[in-house]
Design a protein around this ligand. Structure first.
Ligand code: ADP
Ligand code: MG
Length: 448
């Protein structure tokens, strides 16, 4: 048994709770900081690249005369002129590290693509709305650029500049497409951030699950420790009461010998040994409940045990006008548990259920294989009594917690301890004025 004091356990629980909140918060802050840095850097680079593309498009557009555009559209351009123009656009492309330079008409059909990727007359595909809006800007005479957009694994940005005739009317649009190296870096940073986000999420969830398990462990230790203190306290009390009782008994025998002849009966004298016996029995009962006896695990039949308990308690139930339902799935026959201690568990739970229904009601017991993946038997004990409010549910398994005028508040702590020793769990669901259901999960050990 652990000897950690409840205060230290409470303190540790508080520390674990602080860790539980702080580590995921740090992970979250770290991720948020990463994303805000990424968005700021992206915004800045996007803006700078935009300015550069607009100026390249605008400067290049100054070198393109409206006659040239007309001659290309009307296919009257001679080969040398065409070659020179393409060479010029190719140089702009190369010197500015662009992906492509192209000219489209106001209906967004290609007039020329310096990289020969698109044919004349082919439709220019806007990759997003922003792109389409910027083309509209350009067709209204204003240089502009698209937002950053993704095409496959690469990120792009396009600058547009209007090509105008002598009267200032827009006759075509010149576009410059760029996918510089740093955009690849941005894309990598984004992928890394997504990766870290997923890893943080998985780690955060695992971490919370582990800490919750640790907190549950503390809770179990906390109850175990309280129960052990209770055992020590009652053993000490029993010893202190039994000693004077022993003295009273011997004194009684001496007094009787001295003052009462052997053959004479005196009722008054008999009260003393009777009451001593009575007191001793009460002490033994109390001790047997609070003593943390090791389990004697054997192959036992749950149905037989429950039927035996119900038989013994049925007079109490009849008196309290309580009906009883019982359903134990046939699959659950014999498995390993301590029948004597589990009898104590069921008796405590059924007694509490009876006491929770002073005007009668129904007790239902069910046993079935647990459906949560573990090899457990689930045993439900439900009543239609006055229920337990949320605040009391938290204290339910603490020794000496009682809401009854003549209660000791020991039953539920004993129940908790016995189930804990079996490696099981007990859960409670309750609604005030509707009833309470206790669900016990016991390891379903069918082999020794
Ligand atoms: P006691 O029965 O001596 O009060 P227990 O440890 O058996 O001590 O129960 C502690 C408290 O839990 C009870 O006083 C009662 O408030 C509550 N309780 C336990 N079982 C039930 C139940 N089935 N319905 C309503 N309250 C319950
Ligand atoms: Mg009780």
């Amino acid at each position: 048994m652990s000897s950690i004091s409840p205060q230290i356990l409470k303190k540790r629980k508080r520390h674990v709770l602080i860790a539980l909140i702080s580590i995921p918060s740090i992970l979250l802050l770290f991720n948020l900081w990463g994303w805000s840095f990424y968005l700021q850097a992206k915004g800045f680079l996007d803006e700078e690249l935009g300015k550069r593309l607009i100026s390249i498009a605008a400067i290049t557009s100054l070198q393109v005369s409206p006659e040239l555009i007309k001659s290309i559209e009307e296919r009257t351009i001679d080969d040398e002129q065409a070659f020179n123009f393409r060479e010029y656009l190719a140089t702009v492309n190369e010197e500015n590290n662009l992906e492509s330079v192209f000219i489209i008409d106001k209906e967004k059909n290609y007039i020329l693509d310096a990289g020969y990727v698109h044919l004349e007359g082919e439709k220019y595909h806007c990759l997003n709305i922003s792109d389409a809006n910027r083309i509209l800007d350009a067709s209204l005479g204003k240089s502009s650029c698209s937002k950053l957009y993704r095409n496959g694994s690469q990120m792009f940005k396009t600058g547009f500049a209007p090509l105008k005739d002598a009267s200032g009317e827009v006759i075509a649009i010149l576009g410059v497409d760029a996918s510089p190296e740093f955009l690849r870096a941005l894309s990598n940073i984004q992928n890394t951030l997504i990766f870290f986000g997923i890893i943080s999420l998985v780690l955060g969830v695992l971490y919370v699950l582990v800490l919750l398990a640790v907190i549950n462990g503390f809770e179990a230790m906390f109850h175990a420790e309280k129960f052990a203190s209770l055992g020590r306290l009652s053993a000490g009390m029993a010893h202190d009461i039994r000693n004077p009782l022993q003295i009273i008994n011997t004194t009684y025998e001496s007094l009787r010998k001295r003052h009462l002849p052997q053959d004479i009966e005196d009722e008054m004298f008999d009260y003393i040994p009777d009451e001593i016996k009575n007191l001793n029995k009460k002490i033994n009962d109390f001790l047997s409940q609070t003593k943390d006896t090791p389990l004697k695990i054997k192959l036992n039949n749950l149905k037989v045990l429950l039927n035996h308990i119900i038989d013994r308690m049925s007079p109490d139930m009849e008196r309290a006008t309580i009906r009883f339902n019982n359903h134990i799935e046939p699959k659950i026959n014999e498995f390993y548990f301590d029948a004597q201690q589990m009898e104590g568990v069921f008796q405590n739970l059924i007694r509490n259920a009876i006491e929770a229904m002073p005007d009668g009601g129904v007790i239902t017991i069910k046993a079935y294989p647990y459906k949560g993946g573990k090899q457990f038997v689930a045993i439900e004990i439900a009543d239609t009594g006055h229920g337990i409010n949320k605040r009391d549910q938290k204290k339910l398994f603490e020794p000496f917690f009682t809401t009854k005028e003549h209660g000791y508040g020991l039953g539920m702590s004993i129940v908790f301890r016995i189930i804990q020793k079996h490696g099981g769990e007990i859960k409670v669901k309750s609604r005030p004025n509707q009833g309470t259901t206790f669900t016990i999960l016991l390891p379903w050990k069918q082999e020794g």
